[in-house]
Design a binder for this molecule. Sequence first.
Ligand code: GCU
Length: 405
Amino acid sequence: MCHAQSQANYDETKVPKFTLPDVLTSFSGNPITNQTEWEENRRREILQFFEKQVYGKVPDRLDEFGFKLLEESNDAYGGKARRKQIAITLKKNKKSITYYMLIYLPKGNPTAPVFLGYNFYGNHTVTNDPKVQITKAWVKNNDALGITDNKASESSRGVRTHRWAIEKMLDNGFGIATIYYGEIDPDKDDFSDGIHPLFYRDGQSKPKTNEWGSISAWAFGLSKAMNYLESDVNISKVFVFGHSRLGKAALWAGATDKRFAGVISNNSGCGGAALSRRKFGETIEQINTSFPHWFADSFLKYNNNERTLPVDQHQLLALVAPRPLYVASALDDKWADPRGEFLSTYYASSVYGLYGKKGIGTKEMPKTNAPIQNTVAYHIRTGKHDVTDYDWENYIKWANTFVKK
Ligand code: GCU
């Protein structure tokens, strides 16, 4: 446990009293009573607020988007799956970045719904498949995974297979698409690498105060990956998935890009699904201090000042409505505030109601390992901050009902 984690509040009786901004009351105090008012007024103002004051705006459009099929096979996973490896190139101001997406699709169906999610250490870590290329980008060192010198190598092939239930997905008729997040923006407080510099004007060395941090950049990368995915005739729907910091990115991608058919946030915590006002586990001040590159600089003014935020994270979840949304927590992951993640689903649910969709349906947190699966779904499982088979079994079950149809 790091210093910030050991200093945090984990005592429910010390959670400050607070009033949450109502998702169906506009900033100027008007009640929102139907879908049109939600979409044209309230949704827009909430989205703009998160864009400028929390995650940061993408400064401009790209000049060019391109992709290339690098490799494909009909014989992955013992003949169960097709594999594709795609290079995606984004260009702006004569500069470019290229990142790589690994896709497995179940054979036997002409089109399949796909889970799209970033991985933390390279596409070759999510599978033992020897044909998956190894990222050349900067990766965080990890002794336990055998990653040194910030370089991925053959020795880390397959080290994260336990987080990716790929065979389960394939056996249930789902595909999987994954990208190494560091190829969009390396996860360090350095704005000279990754996608940000493509958009700089002469003399600029970091984004402006209300422009994008890394979470917004990662969300942008997912959204551009969607440009490829929607062009692939073998893919039907795509729903975006992410764990932890990448769960924050998945939620922001789902909020900003309605082409995603659904969103899954696994243990996303502060700046993800958890309510900031509870100040339980990680707080805005702690996240902005440990990870100054994740959010827009404009978010700094809410350090230890949550009361003045005109939004809270339930409104981020509401931006996904009416599309299916699954939020999941882990019992030992107090740092991510499981109760705050659950309550967010509750307070976002009134927007689903405007569309006749069933939100979470109760303010009472479900028991451990007892998922609630409506259009808005939630579970808390036993165990630590991680992605487990239990999580995937539930995502698949829920997706069969709410996303496949
Ligand atoms: C840290 C960080 C969290 C984040 C997590 C992760 O614990 O404080 O906000 O979700 O890393 O990405 O694993």
